[in-house]
Each structure stands twice: as structure tokens, then as C-alpha cells.
Design a protein around this ligand. Structure first.
Ligand SMILES: Cc1ncc(COP(=O)(O)O)c(C=O)c1O
Length: 429
């Protein structure tokens, strides 16, 4: 069978008619399916319901040292929660600050502190003529939303199979002191599923930067979100903290993470880890902002998850639920598009997304067609700064929320939309 590009105009016209019929039949089903956001499904949330029972009105809510956790205080989180979150962030408890439920909130506040006060006594970024951030693409739309909100100029950097294209990154940061940071999702990246290679981590840590206060925003949101049991051997990520310390740049990174997709996204625990100097700087400002976060929820997480082993066991229950969803998506893409030449996609080993590249110039149309057939996808362009995907190609597929039967239906519709948009474009060209 020839790919769509190899077809004659007459063949394409015949194909379009058949695809349009298929599409119209889907539209007539009056579907309402959603693959837009990376939310856990209800069955995944159920896994953490016992966490709500580990503390009751009879419980002793004290930390190991006898501190009454019902009261004010403990700015940087209870010790046992620091130990738990340190295991997730691959760091030492003394370098960890535990916050409320959202790591995105910590990232926003971290940019805000740099903006208003400057990182570690450097000039506040707000006082500079221009501030720029490197944004590996495709990337996480909410990261781009944060930097856009501050008027920080975002520069897209292509992702490779090993992480951001370091030739581009090194060249840019070496020559432009207004580049103050880079957004990184170093493990099972959103949306490409890429885990950064050791080489990339070392280069990020050691590369010369024109800005003395350059910061790596290391959002390890999917640190423990493996889809396969052999992750411990296959998907190791080098520790950015050690790499930065070894390279003589100990203050270059801020690590972020949360239990959003471990326990309950609305009621999890989020944390950051950083060098002692960065931790002191953050705490100085934090102490004005709050007297402390929800310590009872921190305790609940410790009692429920216990330690790294407990987290791993819990995450393998998540994997058992979502792995079939990822496999279904990949199988539907393979079966539907394999011989057509329409699109390429990632085959992630963890995280929450599949990154799909439709034929250039068709992503917006695919999402529009899907929407009109009752299937909501993440907006085309969302994976790029300013929502501007110059190739109009990338679409983020989020398979976790819908139940399997709905996902099956939604993916069939999606495949038809990709093919129809591709044929329309070829005929137009
Ligand atoms: C890369 C990444 N970071 C952060 C978040 C949000 O984290 P939190 O729930 O801790 O705010 C998400 C959610 O999808 C994400 O994909």
C-alpha cells in the first residue's frame, strides 16, 4: 500500500470520500470524550482512598520529636515528610522544603522570588531590560504559562531522544546573559516521554553560562511514574544536584516534585530540593509568606506511602491500570496509521503522555475535526511557547483519564481525523 504522499490526486479524492463517510458516522454517535489533560482516572484515585483513613480523631498527630502537628509552625515541612520527598527528589532531607499540594505553585513562586528579589542576592530579574528562558519543545504548557505571565521571553529549543539539543542550549547560554533559566522535565518528559541522558545532565550542569544566576528548573514531576517493571535498570536519571556540585556550579538548579499523580492531585504534597544556599534563600522569603503548610496531610502521606519502597509498590499499581491504556493508544496508532506515512509518535516508558506529530500543517485541523466529533484533545500548539508550533504538527495525547472503552473509541476517531486532515492538506497543496 502506498503512503498518502505517494497517491495520485484521484486516489486521494476516493480516499477522502471514504474517510469523510467514516468521520460523519463518528459525528452521528454524539460522543463526548476527553483526552485533553493528564489527569489520573477515577480507578487510580481509588488506590489512595485508604490514605484518608490512616489518620482519625483518635490518632496521635505528632512528629517523631513530639511536635504537635495540629498547631502552627514547621516552615519547611515535617522531618518524616522531608525524608519521604527526598527519596522522590533523589536528594538529602536537609536540602528539601515541603510545601502545599502543588509543585506548579512552587515553580511560580520560585520565578516570582527571582523576579522580585533576585536569586541569592543577584539583581532582581524584574530590574533587567530583558529576561529569557529556554523552553525545550515540545514541552509542558503550564511551564510556558508561568514564564509568559512574567513577560519572560521564551526561546524554543528542540528536544532530542536524549533531552534538549545541547549544541543549541550551550551556544545560546554562553553568549546571552539575559538567558536566566531553562525548563526541564528530565524524566519521562511531558509530552515526549524522554529521560535525559547522563551526558545531557552533565552538560547542563557544567556548561558555561553568560548569566551568573542562570537556573535550571528541574521539574521531576514523573520521577517515579514508570510504566514498566525494569525501570530501575532502564530509566536511570543522573542526579542534577551532584552533577552541578561536581561541575563547580552548586547553586545552578532547583528541583521540584509532588505526589499529585502518586496519591491525589488535589490533595497531595509538593516539595523542592536545592543547594544549602538556595534553600536558605527560599526560606528567608517563605518565612514572610507563611507560618507553614498542611502538616497533617504531610503526615498522612508518610503513614500511607512510608518510604521509597512503599512509593514504588504504590506506583506499580498505577502502572497496572494505565499501561493498558498506553498500549491501546500505541496499537491504535500503529494499526491505523502505519502504512499511511501520516504521523510519528513517541513510545514512552513512563509519565503521562504520548507525543504525536501529525503531518506538518495539520495539527490544528486534526484537533478541530476531533472536537467536532466529540473528542477533546489538548489544543494544537499548546506544547510550544506562546502556543505557537511553527510546524503546526505536535499534538499531546493524554490516555490516563478515560476508561479503556472510551479511550478505544476516542483513538479511533482521532486516527480518522489525522488521516482526513492529511488528505485534505495533500489535496490543497
Ligand atoms: C511536568 C509537570 N509538572 C508539574 C505538573 C503539575 O504538578 P502539581 O500537581 O504538583 O502542581 C504537571 C501536571 O501535569 C506536569 O506534567
Amino acid at each position: 500500500m502506498s503512503t498518502y504522499e505517494e497517491m495520485t490526486r484521484d486516489e486521494l479524492l476516493t480516499l477522502k470520500e471514504a474517510l469523510q463517510k467514516e468521520y460523519d458516522e463518528y459525528c452521528a454517535l454524539d460522543l463526548s470524550l476527553n483526552m485533553a489533560r493528564g489527569k489520573p482516572g477515577a480507578d487510580q484515585l481509588d488506590l489512595s482512598m485508604p490514605m484518608l483513613d490512616v489518620i482519625s480523631s483518635d490518632s496521635v498527630v505528632e512528629d517523631a520529636d513530639g511536635t504537635d502537628l495540629r498547631n502552627y509552625g514547621i516552615l519547611d515541612g515535617i522531618e518524616s515528610a522531608k525524608v519521604l520527598m527526598a527519596s522522590m527528589l533523589d536528594d538529602e532531607p536537609e536540602n528539601v522544603i515541603v510545601f502545599g499540594n502543588s509543585s506548579l505553585n512552587i515553580m511560580y513562586d520560585t520565578v516570582m522570588r527571582c523576579w522580585v528579589f533576585g536569586p541569592n542576592g543577584a539583581t532582581p530579574w524584574s530590574q533587567l531590560d530583558e529576561v529569557k528562558f529556554l523552553c525545550p519543545v515540545p514541552g509542558y504548557d503550564r511551564h510556558f504559562g508561568v514564564t509568559e505571565a512574567f513577560g519572560i521571553k521564551m526561546i524554543p529549543v528542540p528536544m532530542t531522544e536524549d533531552g534538549p539539543d545541547m549544541d543549541v542550549v550551550k551556544e545560546l547560554v554562553a553568549n546571552d546573559a539575559s538567558i536566566k533559566g531553562i525548563w526541564c522535565v528530565p524524566k519521562y518528559s511531558n509530552p515526549g516521554g524522554v529521560t535525559y541522558s547522563d551526558e545531557v545532565v552533565r552538560e547542563l550542569a557544567s556548561m558555561p553560562t553568560a548569566a551568573d544566576d542562570f537556573r535550571i528548573f528541574w521539574d521531576n514531576a514523573y520521577a517515579v511514574h514508570h510504566l514498566y517493571d525494569d525501570a530501575a535498570e532502564q530509566d536511570q536519571l543522573l542526579d542534577i544536584a551532584k552533577a552541578c556540585a561536581e561541575a563547580g556550579n552548586p547553586d545552578r538548579y532547583y528541583k521540584f516534585g509532588s505526589t499529585s499523580k502518586v496519591t491525589l492531585p488535589g490533595s497531595g504534597v509538593a516539595a523542592m530540593a536545592a543547594s544549602p544556599a538556595n534553600v536558605a534563600d527560599v526560606k528567608k522569603h517563605m518565612g514572610v509568606q507563611t507560618i507553614g503548610h498542611d502538616k497533617i496531610n504531610q503526615l498522612r502521606h508518610v503513614e500511607f506511602l512510608k518510604d521509597a519502597d512503599g512509593i514504588a509498590k504504590h506506583m506499580s499499581k498505577h502502572a497496572a491500570i494505565i499501561r493498558p491504556k498506553f498500549e491501546l493508544v500505541l496499537e491504535t496508532l500503529n494499526n491505523g496509521l502505519e502504512s499511511t506515512g501520516c504521523g510519528e509518535w513517541s513510545t514512552p516508558r513512563g509519565g503521562y503522555f504520548i507525543s504525536f506529530d501529525a503531518p506538518e500543517g495539520t495539527a490544528k485541523r486534526v484537533v478541530e475535526l476531533a472536537k467536532n466529533a466529540g473528542v477533546t484533545m489538548t489544543g494544537a500548539g499548546a506544547t510550544y511557547p506562546y502556543k505557537d508550533d511553527p510546524a503546526d504538527s505536535n499534538i499531546r495525547i493524554a490516555p490516563t483519564l478515560p476508561p479503556l472503552d472510551e479511550l478505544d473509541q476516542a483513538m479511533k476517531v482521532f486516527v480518522t481525523c489525522v488521516k482526513l486532515a492529511a488528505v485534505e492538506k495533500l489535496l490543497e497543496d
